[in-house]
Write a protein that binds this ligand. Structure first.
Ligand code: GLA
Length: 710
């Protein structure tokens, strides 16, 4: 078999895998008809040598290993004591099902094998590629680098979009012309990171939310990574991703193997939102547990910003009572309930309920919460330890470190080497005891520092093993407590990738509950993740992170389109705000099934607006959000061009949020057409093509429109 071909929707993928030749991605792009033969593609791809370069055209391969002789790009580096570094992998065998294949490649001289596993979703065309390296030689192999796969992209793709940020500013996008040479992002933080989300978009210059060609690649991995786009001098463009390895980190004895994280890749001919919908379908259909998906996601109350470390059972009970009255369905007790954890300088690692703060244990609070009809959730940060803790005093050797080098200070805590079985067992037993002893249905699993010095017990770097150990600890907890949902948090959204989501149920999107920042952060996250996995909370009126004061109307509108929660002090908030919040929670619940299952359409708008909509899969209804994030330079804002509706149906448009809203200078179209009450009916075609004149609204406000097919 010389090739593998997969077709779905608007995409075709062809891999060249002739036995005896290097494996490569031969075609990935717009759907080809059945009449297009792969041999034809091969003939059309004939290249030549050139003066000043090799006399023959040098092939690309999935590994881009040194033996190919490519002068610009290697993505594989391994050796045995300085020898056996020049591997050249050729296909040994191929196995194929309808939606998956394994291409097994060997290099006899260096006694190495790489197995590429390709999964192809025959509905969305989302491709999963992973690779495993096997040391078939006698001596130990040192692996320095191995991209999961190297994927050629057409040179017509001129723009690179990378994802960057910092704490409380996650998922920012940077769009730039693809440089000659290399666009590269590297992450050595030991977690997914705030500053380099493991994903890239590669698009045509005119691609926007609703049209144009775009490739999306995501590395499903919660650790160090290297993401590259190489524009070779021979005119070809190669995108690659893989785990970034520290020196000596992966040493394979005879017969041992290294598994690379999976690249999840998608292609669209219809813009960024269509690409995102494919990623969302992947997360929903392939990563999330079907039982968890079937259950509505309960509205959260989280105690962090209300009490921080000031735990007091009576106060917490009162908060729970008030939360339940607002319609909250799950109460999450955050940091501060255990051991000597009265502040962030002590107690991490002591995963026993604090006698000092909870003399009767957690049970009275849990009973109170469940008695109110809510679920109970609990915060953990299992991988970490404060030096001021019984755990550290008992096992100072359990922490990651470089011997003789001072620890990098980071939130007063060290990271445990959870790749050691005794450490993982200790943590499992601690969590298991708490979960077995209480009626707990949710864990917020935090990780609040980088792994700056990820050295293990024998001095070897273990950053890669740490991620594998994190996943297996999550799986162990899930297996022992299948009813418990798990959230991945890392100082906000520093561990919000598809690797983590393979082992948990939602992610904490950001520590910023500033609704204006959240508009951008959540939009950025939505390129890859569907709304229901994004923890989105209503924070205090006076944002603790930015100091900005924002209205409840904006805060609630911003949180209610994701997995909604609240994180404010219900004992001190103004009653008018709480009444409004209650209405927002009710509105969220009313549309939750749509929001958590529908198709997301981000809309292209002027910079002073951010707009998007979630459309029911059968197009029977949709909720659109229009945030006015800055003052408008014009007297009136532009029009809202709805998206995703059926142009052959009619829709009743209603303004459903904020309640009682009135235009700055009434009457606007809202009052004239009674959109806030009865609503008005328009054809889908008119809403899509002519759009609707937006009313003038104050900056820092957000309108929600519900459209229902009539
Ligand atoms: C991290 C999380 C917060 C909160 C604190 C508790 O910063 O992102 O949501 O849980 O830790 O220490």
């Amino acid at each position: 078999m010389g090739h593998l071909r997969f077709d779905a929707g608007d995409v075709t993928l062809v891999l060249a895998c002739a036995v005896g030749a290097p494996p490569s991605l031969h075609y990935w792009g717009a759907r080809l008809g059945d009449e297009v033969a792969v041999e034809e593609l091969e003939r059309l791809s004939i290249r030549q040598g050139m003066h000043g370069a090799a006399d023959v055209d040098l092939p690309l391969s999935l590994a881009m290993e040194p033996g190919l002789g490519q002068p610009m790009l290697h993505a594989f580096a391994a050796h045995r004591e300085g020898r056996d570094w020049g591997s050249l992998f050729t296909v040994a065998s191929v196995e194929q099902d309808a939606d998956a294949a394994t291409i097994s490649c060997r290099d006899e001289r260096t006694a190495l094998r790489i197995d590429y596993r390709i999964r192809f979703d025959t509905v969305t065309g989302v491709v999963g590629i992973s690779s495993t390296l096997i040391n078939e030689g006698e001596a130990v192999l040192d692996l320095g680098e191995m991209a999961t796969a190297c994927l050629p992209i057409p040179a017509t793709i001129t723009d690179v979009i990378g994802f960057t940020g910092r704490w409380t500013q996650e998922f920012g996008q940077e769009r730039m012309p693809r440089p000659t040479g290399t666009y590269m992002r590297e992450n050595r933080s030991g977690r997914t990171s705030h500053f380099s989300y493991p994903a890239l978009l590669l698009a045509g210059a005119d691609t926007d939310e609703s049209q144009g060609e775009v490739y999306g690649l995501h590395l499903a991995w919660s650790g160090n990574h290297r993401l590259r786009v190489d524009s070779l001098t021979d005119g070809r463009v190669v995108a690659s991703m893989g785990a970034l390895l520290f020196p000596g980190e992966i040493r394979l004895a005879a017969g041992e193997s290294y598994a690379s994280p999976e690249i999840v890749a998608a292609y669209s001919t219809s813009g960024f939102s269509a690409l995102s919908r494919k990623f969302h379908a992947h997360v929903r259909g392939k990563l999330l547990h079907p039982e968890m998906r079937a259950k509505p996601r309960p509205v959260h109350y989280n105690t962090w910003e209300a009490v921080y470390f000031g735990h007091d059972t009576d106060r917490l009970k009162e908060l729970a009572t008030r939360a339940a009255a607002l319609g909250v369905e799950r109460f999450v007790l955050d940091d501060g309930w255990f051991g000597g954890r009265r502040h962030d300088r002590a107690g991490l690692g002591e995963w026993q309920v604090s006698d000092a703060v909870y003399p009767q244990g957690l049970k009275p609070l849990v009973d109170h919460v469940t008695g109110l009809g809510m679920e109970f959730g609990l915060w953990f940060e299992p991988e970490m330890v404060n030096p001021d803790s019984d755990l550290y005093r008992a096992h100072p050797d359990w922490v990651l470190q470089i011997e003789g080098v001072e620890q990098v200070p980071f939130r007063n805590q060290y990271a445990l080497d959870i790749s050691r079985a005794e450490v993982a067992d200790y943590l499992f037993e601690c969590l298991d005891a708490i979960l077995s002893g209480h009626d707990i249905s949710y864990i917020k699993w935090d990780m609040n520092r980088d792994l700056s010095h990820p050295g293990g017990a024998n001095g070897q770097a273990v950053a890669y093993k740490q991620v594998i150990a994190f996943y297996s600890l999550l799986d162990r907890i899930r297996e022992a407590h299948p009813q418990v949902e798990i959230e991945s948090c890392a100082s906000g959204g520093a561990r919000a990738d598809m690797g983590a989501l393979t082992h948990c149920d939602r992610v904490w999107t950001s520590d910023s509950n500033d609704a204006l920042d959240r508009q951008y952060i959540q939009r950025g996250a939505s390129f890859f993740l569907p709304p229901e996995v994004l923890g989105c909370h209503v924070g205090p009126a006076h944002c603790h992170v930015t100091g900005r004061r924002l209205s409840m109307a904006l805060r609630a509108a911003t949180a209610l389109t994701g997995h909604m929660g609240i994180e404010l002090n219900l004992l001190t908030d103004r009653q008018a705000d709480l009444d409004q919040l209650k209405a927002a929670i009710a509105l969220h619940k009313k549309h939750r099934a749509l929001l958590h299952d529908g198709d997301l359409y981000r809309l292209d708008t002027a910079a002073q607006h951010l707009a998007s909509g979630v459309v029911a899969r059968d197009k029977s209804g949709a909720l659109f959000s229009v945030a006015y994030v800055a003052s408008d330079p014009h007297i009136l804002p532009g029009r809202l061009y709805f998206a995703g509706l059926d142009e052959n149906r009619s829709y009743r448009v209603k303004l459903v949020w904020p309640e009682g809203w009135q235009a700055l200078k009434a009457p606007s179209l809202i009052e004239k057409l009674d959109l806030a009450n009865e609503g008005a009916v328009f054809s889908g075609a008119a809403l899509l093509r002519a759009g609707m004149q937006l009313p003038h609204a104050k900056p820092e406000s957000c309108l929600l429109f519900y459209v229902a097919a009539s």
